[in-house]
Design a protein around this ligand. Structure first.
Ligand code: HEM
Ligand code: HEM
Length: 290
């Protein structure tokens, strides 16, 4: 199994941990969490699941630590040159997303689904950062990155495309004229004029199916074996995706700059009020298992 295979399993395990933890806690606690504030007091799980209970408090501490670690390790790895050879930045971002998704879920269980007081600001900032994170992740994926996770320049993207075309010729023995024909197809753009966003997306989706069909016809005409057609089509889909990203590269790079400016303040607001919240609860005598 190649490195890609192991990486997929690793990502799968992270997703599984997040889903299992979330559903296990929901399953164990829903009877308590669904109760109104007055009724909770009499529920047998109140002493453990309330925000200051042994479990509820623990969720808050572990969830907050996960977020702290998730943010700090990513910033240090990304910005401190000394650590720049330590693993692949993309993988650190994936771990950031894992810790900063499961962390907020644990904090949600810590609040026992009741968000009052000053710390509610911290909670809603956290929600804002998570939502903004999802949007940021989407923008990030629209910008081609190197394997190490650095943004590619237009030059590098074009080199990647040349490399794809070289593979088509050298590995799959496509002749030059067939390649030209395919590149012509792949270059075409759907009609974008005067349609709503939904209609444009549907049109784009159908258009790409049509292009792939065209490409497959060209491949069959050029006696590419059925086995290779699948692999060649995958390469060409890559190329179409790259073309689409090039079209929107400047927009997405600008959006991503603004996004960074918006993502950080909520993270800081969340952190500061969280620290105040911890200071207040500790001052009023909260202690966990120590
Ligand atoms: C972003 C992180 C956190 C958020 C959003 C948060 C939010 C909350 C909320 C909404 C409550 C319930 C307040 C109420 O009942 O009116 C609460 C209670 C509590 N939290 Fe947190 N919390 C966070 C982190 C922490 C951490 C790290 C600790 C401990 C080190 C902690 C300790 C407590 C304690 C002891 C209570 C119970 C207070 C009481 O019942 O009087 N929290 N928290
Ligand atoms: C409480 C939750 C979170 C906090 C506090 C947080 C905080 C941060 C911080 C401080 C940065 C560094 C910004 C910078 O480099 O200038 C960052 C980057 C990022 N985060 Fe989060 N984040 C959270 C959750 C998420 C989630 C859930 C996602 C995705 C689903 C996400 C996706 C990203 C992405 C894509 C980047 C940019 C990476 C880059 O440009 O190198 N974050 N986050």
């Amino acid at each position: 199994m190649g490195e890609g295979g192991f990486h997929r399993i690793y990502i799968g395990i992270l997703i599984l941990i997040a889903i299992l933890t979330t559903s296990y806690l929901a399953y164990e606690g829903y009877a308590y969490y669904l109760l109104g504030i007055e009724d909770r007091f009499f529920h047998p799980d109140h002493q453990t699941l309330k925000p200051s209970g042994i479990l509820g408090h623990g969720f808050g501490i572990i969830g907050s630590l996960m977020m702290l670690v998730g943010v700090l390790m990513y910033i240090v790895r990304k910005r401190v040159r000394r650590f720049s050879r330590f693993g692949i930045l993309k993988h650190w971002l994936e771990f950031h997303i894992f810790l900063c998704s499961l962390g907020p879920v644990l904090v949600l269980y810590h609040t026992a689904f009741k968000f009052g007081g000053l710390v509610a600001i911290s909670f809603w900032s956290m929600v804002a950062v998570v939502i903004s994170g999802v949007i940021g992740r989407y923008i990030y994926l629209q910008i081609p990155h190197t394997i190490e996770g650095r943004e590619m320049s237009l030059n590098e993207i074009n080199q990647t495309k040349d490399e794809l075309n070289r593979q088509l010729v050298q590995v799959y023995h496509l002749d030059k004229s067939a390649l030209q024909e395919i590149l012509q197809s792949v270059k075409k753009r759907p009609d974008r004029s005067g349609k709503s966003m939904l209609k444009r997306s549907i049109a784009k989706f159908l258009f790409e199916i049509k292009i792939i069909k065209e490409v497959k016809t060209i491949l069959r005409r050029n006696q590419i074996s059925a086995k290779n057609i699948r692999q060649v089509t995958a390469l060409i889909k890559n190329e179409i995706a790259l073309n689409r990203k090039i079209d929107r590269l400047i927009t997405m790079q600008n959006l991503f700059k603004y996004w960074h400016v918006a993502h950080l303040p909520f993270a800081i607001l969340m952190l500061i009020i969280m620290l105040v919240h911890v200071a207040v609860t500790v001052t009023f005598g909260a202690h966990w298992i120590f």
